[in-house]
Design a protein around this ligand. Structure first.
Ligand SMILES: Nc1ncc2cc(-c3cccc4ccccc34)c(N3CC[C@@H](N)C3)nc2n1
Ligand SMILES: [Ca+2]
Length: 449
């Protein structure tokens, strides 16, 4: 096992990874920008190194600086967390090439392959995983797109190869829109991802967003840890995630889990990852793979009892998964509420400021992943997440009931937060009924606007 690990991140995920390191007897190294000098993750670490000024590009994204600190600190491995360099295959390759430093994540070539949307679709198709009907090669001729529109039937989606998250998707509802949509999708791809390649898929109008957590070691063992339902999103930003999904029955759960396993095995993937699917009318379709630990990994940990971050470190240190697929059991229900310094009344606009009051709840079934304390200044340099409130219960109703009390007793003053929004959702019949789709929130909030 590693003696010392550098966590190339900040905030709650940096603390989460360091906690897993401590449990394994591993010393921890933090990196911080000038803005995070007093950050929670800096206090938590055994050692801390400044890596530059606040802009991420000059600190948390400075690959050479981070590898240099790892060497100076004599770290045996680097864990990237999520965001920043977590899905940067070039950085992974750089760490793999650095003597004496192990990358805690998938092999850089698997990241490369699965990070390219069309390559990922090809790998999944070869593994027999259903993918959204679409092209596996880029398209750039309007006539070709029009033919695909006839073949799939409108609406279709034109997606940027380098896209992901909320950006890089144009919905085309008729032949007349093809030319302009293709143009702007290519332009946006070039602007945001430095890659103007685009491909076409049949657009599913109102799918559920279901993602499967996978864990694979370097000895050929591949496990799935069940699914998460991330269908409650605002402009493709996740707000609430839960496990298991209220939308899947046991048969579909099994099918999706096995498909994710097969796809990841085929791709030569190791460590933790997430296979994302769209589910509509009882059918599931591969969408993309996230080659990192995700914000919402917590709900899977709560319902399986498996510490995913701990396994990331153990797998990177060449240990074997010591459980079979049949040992993975989903027990109870967990929901994660992202407590962001944002104003739901201003369409979730970030609201930096002083954390004048910060009194989180604590009771049975309440987990808090955070790195802030009362009196901290919530800055605007990075993402707006203050904490993740993860609530568990015997079943979904029990979990939602407990959630209300936990959120009611979560007092934050000095900044706006998403707490009032979460309380609103807990009274929303669509959400409580569990049949909301990825479009629900946009339709609800845009209609009101
Ligand atoms: N063919 C096809 N049909 C429907 C889709 C619907 C979405 C989508 C649109 C809006 C919100 C979403 C939330 C979770 C998952 C997907 C979405 C979607 N996304 C959103 C961002 C990127 N991850 C892919 N791709 C789709 N692709
Ligand atoms: Ca190395």
């Amino acid at each position: 096992m590693f003696g010392k690990v550098l966590v190339a991140n900040r905030g709650e995920i940096a603390v989460r990874v360091m906690a897993a390191c401590e449990e394994l007897g591993i010393e921890t190294v933090a990196v911080y920008s000038d803005a995070d000098r007093n950050g929670g993750h800096v206090e938590y670490a055994d050692e801390a190194y400044n890596v530059g000024p606040p802009p991420a590009s000059e600190s948390y994204l400075d690959q050479a600086e981070i590898v240099d600190v790892a060497q100076r600190a004599d770290a045996d491995a680097i864990h990237p967390g999520y965001g920043f360099l977590a899905e940067n295959a070039a950085f992974a390759a750089r760490v793999e090439a650095a003597d004496g430093i192990t990358w805690v994540g998938p092999p850089s070539d698997a990241m490369e392959t699965l990070g390219e949307k069309t390559k990922a679709r090809t790998v999944m198709q070869e593994a027999g995983v259903p993918v959204v009907p679409g092209t596996t090669d880029p398209v750039d001729d309007p006539e070709e797109v029009r033919q695909l529109g006839e073949e799939y039937g409108y609406p279709i989606a034109i997606k940027a190869e380098g896209g992901g998250g909320g950006r890089g998707m144009k919905i085309v509802r008729s032949e007349a829109e093809v030319e302009d949509a293709l143009e702007s999708a290519k332009r946006e791809g070039e602007a945001y991802f430095d890659n103007d390649s685009v491909y076409v898929e049949k657009y599913l109008e109102a799918p559920k967003h279901i993602e499967v957590q996978v864990l694979a070691d370097e000895h050929g063992n591949v496990r799935h840890l069940g699914e998460r339902d991330c269908s409650l999103q605002r402009r493709q930003q996740k707000v609430i995630e839960e496990a298991p999904s209220p939308a899947l029955d046991a048969e579909l759960r099994e099918e999706i889990g096995e498909a994710a396993r097969q796809g990841v095995r085929e791709a030569g993937y190791t460590n933790a990852g997430t296979v994302e699917f769209l589910v509509e009318d009882g059918e599931f379709y591969f969408m993309e793979v996230n080659t990192r630990i995700q914000v919402e990994h917590t709900v899977t940990e709560e319902v399986t009892g498996i510490d995913i971050v701990r396994w990331q470190l153990r797998v990177a240190a060449d240990e074997e998964l010591d459980f079979a697929q049949d040992d993975v059991e989903i027990e109870g229900h967990a929901v994660e509420y992202r407590i962001n310094a944002e104003n739901p009344a201003e369409d979730f606009a970030p609201t930096p400021g002083p954390l004048e009051t910060y009194e989180p709840p604590s009771s049975i079934g309440v987990r808090l992943d955070h790195a802030v304390a009362q009196g901290d200044e919530i800055g605007g340099d990075y993402d707006s997440m203050i904490a993740k409130l993860i609530v568990t219960g015997e079943d979904r109703d029990h979990c939602l009931d407990r959630s209300k009390r936990a959120l009611d007793h979560f007092t934050v003053e000095g900044v706006h937060t998403t707490i009032p929004f979460h309380l609103l959702m807990l009274d929303d019949e669509r959400f409580v009924g569990g049949d909301h789709t990825t479009k629900y929130l946009d339709e609800e909030l845009d209609d009101e606007a």
